[in-house]
Design a protein around this ligand. Structure first.
Ligand code: UGA
Length: 433
């Protein structure tokens, strides 16, 4: 059983049923549950809709808002996948997790294992066990952090680099190893640790990846000053197997619902223990300043004057392959440009509806590329690529050249080929070269 049907909950529940398990997925959002029962995914995640259809057709999955409709005696493991949002202090807010535990503790059988898949700060699970004991319940809790990325969630879930489980006893380990057998039998490693270490592995992984991105972004700034090339630099550094090629793409900063929140929570945790630690604060600060640095770059290209400039923004989501705009650098960049008096036309292949619900301004126009490319590029003073959607590479740039007022492209994701785009007639600026 899964409780919470966000990105992680939906992907894992649907794919668990694909692996052969019978799954019930509970969420308190009736609209979402109705959509799912009609075979429609409420999120954009490539390929996941096919797996949803498959699960529904084979009657391997049920979606409900009502715990009374669940036969708890049949359930061996309950995965809690509700959100753990950020509080003002930076710490994670666990009230959703406690809400769920409070609701189900008197419904579940003694043999049922409670698995925390939501990202929870280290020591949370042992506190939950204590809380349950104090209420008179002797329920086992395990932790099973998820490492899937939005946009490649299906592939990441079915072929992970590793599966991490934090357990208190052998019985919990046995249950989780059985659940994941279809994946581990293909050679994927399952790592069992104690609860607190598994909790920390999740934060440390996200913290390290976020640090890697900030490091390469700062190297890109240095490259621009000394005429070095960031793509070659990333490649050359990444060829060292101790470093690796992945997560060395310079850009407008990291966003999404995980890295910004988890780096803050990890820093808050470190500070709680009064450790002499400075790295995470610097990572957070550097990333928060990144959209401002990107706007300064655009401003310098446009003769240090952004007032009344027409800017076309390509990309609203925090990365390609998702409709998620949470903590998206693109959104931050738009807000700063608007505050400096620019007029914005913006397009994204998947994030338009989320962005237009979140952001409105009389100088901001969301414009569909397919139906209105003329409008999107006409009289533009600069085209800024803020999200690395592959479809932007394939645009008819020669046609676009004829529409714009000034042929400037600022590619904050380094996705275009500089030689080709300059040959067409654009002034092309990228990150770190
Ligand atoms: C991240 C982790 O990669 C997952 O392992 C983890 O499960 C997930 O958070 C989570 O905690 O739930 P996600 O936020 O979906 O996944 O996206 P990523 O692909 O990691 O990208 C995060 C941000 O970093 C994006 O804004 C992306 O554009 C940026 N990024 C990534 C770069 O700027 N450069 C890179 O080289 C890689």
């Amino acid at each position: 059983m899964f409780i919470g049907s966000g990105y992680v909950g939906l992907t894992s529940s649907i794919l668990m049923s694909y692996l052969g398990h019978k799954v019930v997925c509970v969420d308190n959002d009736q609209k979402k549950i109705d959509t799912l029962n009609n075979g429609i995914l409420p999120i954009y995640e490539p390929k996941l809709d096919e797996y949803l259809q498959h699960a529904i057709e084979r009657q391997k999955i049920k979606f409900t808002t009502n715990y009374d409709l669940v036969n708890f005696q049949d359930i061996q493991a309950i995965f809690i996948t509700v959100s753990t949002p950020q509080q003002a202090s930076g710490e994670a807010d666990l009230s959703n997790v406690y809400d769920v535990i409070g609701k189900i503790c008197n419904l579940i059988s003694q043999d049922c294992l409670l698995v925390i898949k939501s990202t929870v700060p280290p020591t949370s699970c042992s506190k939950m066990i204590k809380y349950l004991k104090e209420k008179g319940y002797n329920i086992d809790i395990a932790v099973n952090p998820e490492f899937l990325r939005e946009g490649s969630a299906v592939e990441d879930f079915l072929n992970p680099d590793r599966i991490v489980i934090g357990i208190n006893d052998q019985e919990s380990e046995k249950i989780l190893k059985k659940v994941y057998l279809p994946i581990t039998s293909k050679g994927v490693q399952i790592l069992s640790t104690d609860l607190v270490t598994a909790e920390l592995i999740k934060y440390a992984s996200n913290g390290f990846l976020a640090t890697k991105i900030v490091f390469i972004n700062e190297m890109a700034d240095l490259c621009e000053k000394i005429n070095a090339n960031i793509k070659d630099l990333s490649h050359g550094v990444g060829l060292d197997q101790r470093i690796g090629q992945k997560f060395l793409n310079a850009g407008p900063g990291f966003g999404g619902s995980c890295f910004p929140k988890d780096t803050l929570a990890l820093d808050a945790l470190v500070q709680n223990y009064q450790l002499n630690s400075h790295l995470l604060k610097a990572v957070i600060k550097s990333n928060e300043m990144r959209p401002f640095a990107m706007v300064n770059k655009i401003e310098a290209i446009l003769s240090n004057d952004l007032r009344d400039k027409n800017i076309t923004i390509l990309g609203l989501t925090y990365k390609a392959g998702t409709d998620d705009i949470r903590c998206s650098p693109a959104i931050e960049i738009i807000k700063i440009l608007l505050s400096k008096g620019s007029n914005i036309k913006a397009f994204d292949p998947a994030g338009m509806s989320n962005a237009s619900e979140y952001l409105s301004n009389e100088r901001l126009l969301f414009t569909d590329l397919a139906t209105n490319s003329l409008m999107l590029f006409k009289d533009t003073d600069a085209i800024v690529i803020t999200t690395g959607w592959p479809e932007f590479i394939e645009l008819d740039w020669s046609m676009i050249l004829n529409l714009v007022r000034v042929p400037v492209i600022v590619d904050l994701r380094n996705i275009l080929n500089p030689e080709k785009i300059r040959a067409i007639g654009f002034q092309y600026y990228s990150i770190g070269s």
